[in-house]
Design a protein around this ligand. Structure first.
Ligand code: NDP
Length: 448
């Protein structure tokens, strides 16, 4: 007998697991297929283990700074294998919790690859075929790797979590989220880092002042940047190092080269042709505002749709889909005004319009307010690293349409401030709020 489900989800990442759980809670008979590990990019090889490495990396500076606060520390050393293995154990624990969540919601888990066969049929790698009235594709994205000679010697962020040892010298291709986050991590652990980007800037899309400040701080720390440069060839030398032939900058010798040049939707070999599912630009699945593809019983959420490649968005899309399809509700996801952060050293956090976006939309009358300050802790520590906060304000109605921050704990602070921007609060209302002293966040209500 062919097994039949109300919903079959392909991909047990953030979006897929949320959709499966919520659909099941609405009474649907749900199955989910995952070929690798339950939890997906965020939990297994992305946000979560990366953030743990960021915490680990912070200790490098904290251990330096603590002397000014009276602490005498003996000889310091860093054990990469210990951190790596502890992070891996935490990932295992979280994966177990994701399994439990699915099981406790009576979701059937197929730990194998699934592929659409057309109509309502899904083929599993084991040879079994199952059917479902609704199919959700939530298979995520994978790192984009350039087609160059020797690319097999390159690594991606997926591999960093398994490195046997830290590279003494690492080149990082790209100037986006992953490049800047791992540049900070490797640098704090003692690697010599060179970031290489094809354009003349980092973090395209972020406010220019924040990008400039991060670049300045990173350069001061000793991270090297090469702009307008690309990789032509990677050759492995006899003693194990890599010789990089470059276009736009001098050739380099390194111990590892990490490619962080965007992520492409995982749409290959999924049977999308057989099912008649249309793809858009860069191979992403085209969906409407309810995450429905052109085939009316097939839906897609998360990075495979290439709307906004962020975990909380995939989760919201999965949740809205399940509520709408199985919970009798009408739920869409608002893709506007989404807070985001780069966990660089120091981190950047941002919500709403950048200054240049606001100027384009509302003209040059747009008002901006900035606070350029040294965090109290950095002052006592003699760390000459300045934070920068910026409010972008609508010229006519005084609404704060964007907040941009770089400095310690910026993402923690911005999450709360983003509520004000989403709610359309005005600069006057920010000013009305009494400062919480002494904090860094108080700068948000003290800019005049
Ligand atoms: P990003 O899109 O952030 O950055 C890609 C970088 O690679 C850019 O600097 C871009 O250059 C460059 N690039 C793009 N395509 C090519 C190419 N074909 N050849 C050479 N260079 C290229 O991607 P990441 O890989 O850093 O991260 C992928 C996604 O994962 C992000 O978009 C983000 O949504 C998500 N992510 C989110 C994190 C967070 O929320 N903190 C952390 C990590 C990832 P340029 O634009 O200058 O031309």
């Amino acid at each position: 007998m062919t097994q039949h489900f109300d919903l079959f989800v392909i991909g047990a990442g953030s979006g897929g697991v949320r959709a499966a759980r919520i659909a099941a809670s609405h009474g649907a008979k749900v199955a989910i297929a995952e070929e690798y590990r339950v939890g997906g990019t965020c939990v297994i090889r992305g946000c979560v283990p990366k953030k743990l490495l960021v915490y680990g990396a912070h200790f490098a500076e904290d251990l330096e700074d603590c002397a000014r606060f009276g602490w005498e520390i003996g000889e310091k050393s860093f054990d990469w294998a210990k951190l790596r293995d502890n992070v891996a154990a935490e990932v295992d624990r979280l994966e177990g919790l994701y399994h439990q969540t699915l099981e406790s919601n009576d979701v059937t888990i197929f730990e194998e690859r699934a592929r659409l066969k057309g109509g309502k049929e899904i083929a599993l790698a084991s040879g079994e075929t199952v059917t479902a009235d609704t199919i959700l594709i939530a298979v995520g994205a994978r790192p984009n790797m350039p087609d160059i000679e020797g690319i097999e010697h390159g690594i991606t962020s997926n591999d960093v979590f398994h490195l046997p040892k830290l590279p003494k010298r690492v080149a990082i291709a790209g100037g986006g989220y992953i490049a800047n986050e791992f540049a900070g991590i490797f640098h704090q652990f003692g690697s010599k880092v060179t970031v290489v980007n094809r354009s003349d800037q980092i973090l395209r899309g972020y406010d220019e002042s924040m990008r400039e400040r991060l670049l300045h701080i990173s350069l001061t720390k000793g991270i090297d940047f090469k702009f307008n440069s690309t990789f032509k060839k990677i050759e492995k030398q006899d003693e194990g190092s890599l010789l990089l032939t470059m276009d736009g900058c001098d050739d380099m010798e390194v111990d590892a080269v990490l490619f962080a040049t965007g992520r492409v939707p995982n749409t290959d070999e999924l049977g999308l042709d057989d099912a008649g599912v249309e793809l858009g630009e860069r191979g992403a699945i085209k969906v409407d505002e309810y995450s429905c593809t052109n085939v009316d019983h097939i839906f897609a959420v998360g990075d495979v749709t290439d709307r906004i490649q962020l975990t909380p968005i995939a989760i919201r899309e999965g949740h809205a889909f399940a509520d709408t399809r199985f919970g009798g509700m009408d739920r869409k996801v608002d893709h506007g005004c989404i807070p985001s952060a780069v966990f660089s050293h120091p981190p950047i956090a941002s919500v709403g319009m950048t200054e240049s976006e606001a100027r384009q939309a509302f003209g040059n009358q747009v008002k901006t307010y900035t606070s350029d300050f040294r965090a109290m802790k950095n002052v006592l520590a003699n760390r000459n690293e300045r934070s920068l906060y910026k409010l972008v304000v609508h010229p006519l109605d005084d609404r704060v349409v964007g907040i941009h921050m770089i400095g310690p704990e910026a993402p923690e602070i911005l999450q709360a401030a983003a509520i004000a921007v989403k709610a359309g609060l005005t600069k006057a209302q920010f000013d009305d709020t009494v400062a919480l002293h002494p904090t860094m966040a108080e700068e948000l209500v003290l800019m005049r």
